[in-house]
Design a protein around this ligand. Structure first.
Ligand code: NAD
Length: 273
């Protein structure tokens, strides 16, 4: 550990170049030093790592819910189970999702570099797009804490299967395809609001956060619980925390370094090649 921490850099107190730019550079340098000295990094990613791949987030300025607040219902379990129209809209959204053609961003590739440096213990992602694995991270080191769009699950019998054949049924005109085994409601194998996380996934993420020597949270508003709870959990165990996000998060004041910027630029700078 370097012991280097950045709690508050006051831009007004910096001379020369714009204070904000100097503060950002200082934060990147501290984040870099923390990553360089760490041997067991746990990374928590959110939708802001995939916006660089053309997949919009939910709550950012260009977010799906920011532009269309009604879209939040599509990710709510009760509405999905109760309302066939919500399911029809959700299937159309899945069919036309940018996820199917997206390529990993430089932010994803930086996290592959972190793994190749031997520093990545666990990558906990709230993303459901599979881009960390596509980028080259070992699937065995990735916990998809909110599930995956690449599979569908029957809400009645629990059968899981790859998403593609069901999406082909939607493309052929089935608006709300049923489970072929039992006739139950099918859903993307993602965790909707109001739905419990997989206990083993959460336990694995929390265990790794306690044992880490650095927690790096990137591209997440840290507003979705219980996933965001691994940040205070890590802090409570003395684990330094670095946050990289375009906008402020609820944990900026207690993190060891906060870089407000794009994951596409900042993660490669912080992790190195
Ligand atoms: P969020 O939408 O709440 O927050 C994303 C954050 O990323 C915002 O604070 C935004 O300012 C920031 N951001 C956007 N682009 C950025 C960039 N290029 N660089 C740095 N920061 C950037 O998303 P969340 O916190 O990840 O959680 C919300 C839920 O949304 C998750 O459960 C996740 O399952 C789901 N989601 C997933 C995807 C995906 O898989 N790609 C996309 C949208 C939403």
């Amino acid at each position: 550990m370097t012991g280097a921490t950045l709690r508050h850099v006051d831009p007004a107190g910096l001379e020369g170049r714009s204070g904000a730019a100097e503060a950002a550079d200082a934060a990147v340098e501290i984040a870099k030093a923390l990553v360089r000295d760490a041997r067991r990094v746990v990374v928590l990613t959110g939708a802001g790592v995939s916006t660089g791949s053309g997949i919009p987030d939910f709550r950012g300025p260009q977010g799906v819910w920011t532009k269309d607040p009604a879209a939040e219902r599509l990710s709510t379990l009760r509405a999905y189970m109760d309302d066939p129209e919500v399911r029809r809209r959700a299937w159309q959204g899945r069919l036309h999702s940018p996820v199917w053609t997206a390529k990993p961003s430089p932010g994803h590739l930086a996290l592959v570099a972190l793994e190749r440096q031997g520093r990545l213990d666990l990558l906990v992602t709230q993303n459901i797009d599979g881009l960390h694995q596509l980028a080259g991270n070992d699937p065995g080191r990735v916990v998809e804490i909110h599930g995956t769009m690449h599979e569908v699950v029957c809400m009645a019998c629990g059968e899981r299967s790859p998403a593609a054949p069901t999406l082909e049924r939607v493309a052929r005109g089935e608006e709300d395809p049923e489970c072929l085994a039992c006739g139950g409601i099918l859903k993307s194998a993602t965790i909707s609001f109001g739905q419990s996380l997989v206990p083993a996934d959460l336990a694995r993420a929390e265990g790794a956060a306690r044992r880490a020597d650095l927690l790096l949270a990137a591209g997440t508003s840290l507003g979705v619980h219980p996933a965001a709870g691994i940040v205070p959990l890590a802090l409570g165990h003395g684990v330094p925390v670095v946050i990289v996000n375009a906008e402020p998060t609820a944990f900026d004041d207690v993190a060891d370094a906060v870089v407000h910027g794009s994951t596409t630029d900042v993660l490669p700078a912080v992790v190195g090649g």
